[in-house]
Design a protein around this ligand. Sequence first.
Ligand code: S3P
Length: 445
Amino acid sequence: MNQPARERHDRFAEPSRMPHNDIVIRPARNVAGTLHLPGDKSISHRYAMLGALAQGTTRLRNFSTGADCASTLGALRSLGVAIRRGEEGAVEIEGAPWRAPRVALDCGNSGSTMRMLSGILSGQPFTSELTGDHSLSRRPMARVIEPLTKMGARIEAAAEARPPLRITGHELRAIDYRLPVASAQVKTAILFATLFAQGTTTVEEPVRTRDHGELALAAFGAQLARNGNRITMSGGQKLHAVEAAIPGDISSAAFFLCAAALFPGSNLLLDSVLLNPTRAALLDVLMGMGCRISVVNLEEHHGELVGTITVEGAELKGTVISGALSAALIDELPVLAAIAPYSAGGIEIRDARELRVKESDRIAAVARNLRAMGATVEEREDGLRVPGNQQLHGAEVDSAGDHRIAMAFAVAALRATGDTLIHGAAAAQISYPEFFTTLEALVER
Ligand code: S3P
């Protein structure tokens, strides 16, 4: 703890150079136990950014331990924001006017950092440059450049609107904007920019995406309204600091929920997990596939639902995921696809083209790794069909430098015959550095 962000970041930036980057997962008989998850990545990013703008000291507990959120804190420090990190995810942030950074803002692997910060930087009276690692440098940024330019910012990018970005902030004007792609990051960037805009912004999303940006703005004192898929917010609102515990990350919980789903005798309890309805669709899908799941101790903290989940595995049925459900489950689709061969009916995923422009091309990476483990997979432009009743064998698989691929295949490996070697396993650091240790503590062999 209290390590400079730069140092932390460099350790995580290029997992392939890290020691212990390969990991062997042995088959398991069962998973059982209790776990507490580090704070949700999406909420951690947003609370850090808003805390850095708010009046007063924001005190957060259970902040995400992942390298992505460390990238956000590092960028904020470069913007002159005072941040202290303590034990067990404690983070204190002094809200203050931001100053022109003397260095490029290194967003590491984090699309959330780059896209959401762009919204705020668009309204600042200085120029800043945002860079990222190899993976982030390939990700599409036109989706934020277009609306923020409409609001009055000047944004230059590399070819095909890829990073690095150079943002010259400006006094902004509100916009009425329909997102061409469903993206909570872009929606949030526009709403954050609205804090520095004159007039009333309306953002309409094609399908409902995670609403942490809206809930975080409200928690920090902003007023905004939702009507169906349209959000309206007036510009120039001031924020006040908050004290909050970040709920456990349900997208990290997903790997354990799916691991439990693989073993009919399993039993896991996960406490203080984020249960925001825009994020918790996995619970319904797993119940539909036959798992027994219950939620107790449901509470609301700063607008976010939090509760304790228990899960017991089952003989899994298959399912089809498409339309708005694919958008709601976008971060959980790799692990669902990875457990699909062990279900009776298989899993078909449609309308998930966005998976191709995540930290890796997740459709290609999942198909490649499943095939390496002996599965038949149909890869499609916008998804996958993974037939059921397939027994996987241990193999060499590759994370493609992508945290969710590394963790998804650690789960698939638990029911394979023989050991699985995961290359690039250290990518898990991006969202969940404790993942492999926690997994080992929960599996029975
Ligand atoms: C996120 C939104 C999603 C998700 C990402 C985090 C967020 O991305 O995949 O991991 O915190 O808003 P998109 O905004 O590109 O859909």
